[in-house]
Design a protein around this ligand. Structure first.
Ligand SMILES: CC(C)(COP(=O)(O)OP(=O)(O)OC[C@H]1O[C@@H](n2cnc3c(N)ncnc32)[C@H](O)[C@@H]1OP(=O)(O)O)[C@@H](O)C(=O)NCCC(=O)NCCS
Length: 176
């Protein structure tokens, strides 16, 4: 596979919504409890674009020769206080049928490049502790576990622990 990575547009929203509902909402990969709509995701994309945060998609040619969205990745504020301005929290979702083909790595590598280009110092993934695939994936990409929070989530009638996976860029030199 040779996916193309590019900025998301409103045309990608139905595919992004479907991937997020299947790979995120239907599982503990996301702590959203209810399926999102295309309109929800449109507001999400607009909010990201307004604050100049990236939303990237990976596309791959389908059997009809058309490019289809097979994954997406984004980041946004880690926490909204100004002291956290150089830290972002990211997320990445790849459609079930297109996993283990390097799509997630390509999306994350583009996201890391974007973050570095913006002078970001740290990226944080907030992962469900039971999401072994995502933890292994982040480790492969060079993220390290920075902590675990016990029973801070609740979904599917059970308490959930989260793992914080971080990557820092030591060469960041902010002006403040
Ligand atoms: C985690 C996820 C994004 C990985 O995407 P992917 O496209 O399958 O990953 P890649 O094929 O690019 O794999 C990159 C590396 O991670 C490793 N990896 C990926 N999935 C893995 C798994 N289930 N177990 C162990 N290692 C895994 C691969 O072996 C690969 O390492 P290599 O390049 O040294 O061989 C994908 O499984 C997914 O969308 N999961 C559901 C959503 C989610 O959990 N997102 C993260 C929370 S924000």
């Amino acid at each position: 596979m040779s996916p193309i990575i590019r900025a998301a547009t409103t045309d990608d929203l139905p595919a992004i919504t479907a991937i997020y509902n299947t790979a995120g909402v239907a599982t503990t990969a996301s702590y959203d409890l209810s399926p999102v709509t295309v309109a929800d995701r449109a507001a999400w994309l607009q909010a990201k674009q307004r604050r100049r945060f990236p939303v990237l998609v990976a596309t791959e040619m389908d059997s009809h020769g058309d490019q289809q969205v097979v994954g997406f990745a984004s980041y946004g504020p880690f926490r909204d206080k100004a002291g956290y301005d150089f830290t972002v929290e990211h997320s990445v979702y790849v459609s079930t049928e297109h996993r283990a083909m390097g799509v997630g790595r390509m999306l994350m590598s583009a996201l890391v490049d974007h973050a570095r280009g913006q002078g970001i110092h740290a990226m944080v993934g907030v992962l469900d502790a039971g999401n072994e695939a995502s933890i292994a994936f982040h480790e492969k990409l060079g993220f390290t576990e920075s902590g675990r929070l016990h029973e801070v989530g609740r979904k599917f009638g059970t308490w959930l622990d989260v793992v914080l996976m971080t990557m820092t860029f030591p060469d960041t030199s902010p002006q403040r």
